[in-house]
Write a protein that binds this ligand. Structure first.
Ligand SMILES: Cc1cc2nc3c(=O)[nH]c(=O)nc-3n(C[C@H](O)[C@H](O)[C@H](O)COP(=O)(O)O)c2cc1C
Length: 402
């Protein structure tokens, strides 16, 4: 029987020692030159020691002029190779593999960072947080080719630095997700319109990378099961993109979105829908998949692997709260990670700063883990808000995500 501790070999021969995958968690621990700090490196050493088989880094930008958040690391050239190498090696210490997650924010780059962000088309952000983002301009075809080159180049640097692979981030409303979405992408050239055209940028990034890094280096893709929005990226489209990437030889697909373990907690239908979606994906492709979102109990992790519902269990918040979760689970000491709903005590204020509340607590705990401190167990958002304001100033209060 397959258990969470059964190794998994990817198509390219890379063996993951178990089925635990740390999903990407933007740590905002880059320095002012966008290099990984020693704090960031220590954090990853701790995760590797904690027993996780595959570690995905927080998103790293491929272009210093297009950043999603304060504190992003950027990989554009080999100038910071030494520090990147230290990061890669700290995380592979204990037999773990580490993939560098590569991202371009597109229009999801806040006003505090981008005067005029870029996007497939000049379609502004919508929703409650839209006020925090300037309207984007449409990319020219030449600029699209340049961005493709930047992704490819970052993968080449990642390989040189000693990372085991890269993950292309095409989820959560960032640039590549914007290309996939018919709402965001209104282009009439070969990068817009049909699904084949909307996925073209991802295909060109992937094939360009593969040509440069060879077959042994792992390339993964993170993708939404659907955007859950009108005229967004649909489940049918997502499945077709995954099949296309499988046929091109990608090594791993990470499916994000929904809540896997506890459907009823997410409102009727949504979670169940997501489980059905993962099953459909597994039926239709050869390559392994990772499912991320909502796992927080030993039972849930065991069941998903034993029932072959996913090949890897992606964990973001639980591995921040319990960095040695796999080791604890192996000795029978883990039952549940206490993933809190954090609150300031005021529902209306919580709503105004919801994206910050969701991120700042975890960013605070990641810095504490890096310094060998214990994780703070609390429902109050105030300590984490104070942490973010001390670190970033009042601009921390402006949403950085849509
Ligand atoms: C603090 C924090 C930072 C995150 N940063 C990223 C990121 O850089 N890239 C990404 O793909 N997902 C990011 N995510 C989303 C997680 O990878 C994951 O998809 C989501 O938290 C659901 O998984 P979970 O229920 O295990 O936390 C982040 C989540 C948190 C809490």
């Amino acid at each position: 029987m397959t258990t969470p501790f059964t190794p998994l070999t990817l198509k390219n021969g890379t063996t993951l020692k178990n089925r635990f995958m740390k999903a990407a968690t933007s740590e905002t621990l880059g320095d002012k030159y966008y290099r990984p700090t020693n704090t960031l490196i220590n954090l990853y050493r701790n995760w590797a020691k904690g027993g996780t088989g595959l570690i995905i880094t927080g998103n790293v930008m491929v272009d210093s002029s297009a950043r999603g958040e304060f504190g992003n690391v950027v990989v554009e050239d080999t100038l910071n190779l030494d520090q990147l190498s230290r990061w890669a090696h700290a995380a592979t210490d204990n037999g773990a593999q580490i993939f560098l997650q590569l991202n371009h924010p597109g229009k999801q780059s806040p006003k505090t960072i981008s005067k005029q962000p870029v996007s497939p088309s000049a379609v502004p952000m919508t929703g409650d947080n839209a006020f925090a983002f300037n309207a984007p301009r449409a990319l020219s075809r030449v600029e699209i080719k340049e961005i493709i080159q930047k992704f490819i180049n970052a993968a080449v640097v990642a390989k040189k630095a000693g990372f085991s692979g890269v993950e292309i981030h095409a989820a959560h409303g960032y640039l590549l997700n914007q290309f996939l979405s018919p709402h965001d992408n209104r282009r009439v050239d070969e990068y817009g319109g049909t699904l084949e055209n909307r996925v073209r940028i991802i295909v060109e990034i992937y094939t360009g990378m593969r040509e440069k890094v060879g077959d042994d280096f792992s390339i993964a893709l993170k993708i939404n099961s659907s955007d859950f929005s009108d005229n967004g990226f649909s489940e049918e489209d997502s499945l077709k993109v995954i099949q296309k990437m499988d046929s091109l030889g990608i090594d791993l697909i990470e499916i994000s979105g929904g809540n896997y373990e506890n459907p009823t907690m997410q409102g009727v239908g949504k979670g169940a829908f997501f489980i059905n979606y993962a099953a459909k994906v597994k039926e239709s492709i050869d390559m392994p998949i990772a499912v991320t979102g909502g796992f927080n109990t030993a039972n849930g992790i065991d069941n998903a692997i034993e029932n072959n519902e996913t090949d890897l269990v992606g964990l973001a918040r639980p591995l921040v709260i319990v960095p040695d979760l796999p080791n604890q689970m192996e000795r029978g000491a883990f039952t549940r990670a206490n993933v809190h709903y954090l609150t300031t005590g005021s529902k209306s204020f919580d709503k105004k700063i919801s994206s910050l509340i969701g991120l700042s607590y975890y960013q605070q705990q990641m810095e504490r883990i890096a310094s060998g401190k214990h994780v703070i167990d609390t429902n109050s958002a105030w300590g984490a808000l104070g942490f973010s304001i001390r670190k970033q100033g009042l601009s921390a209060l402006l949403p950085q995500r849509g």
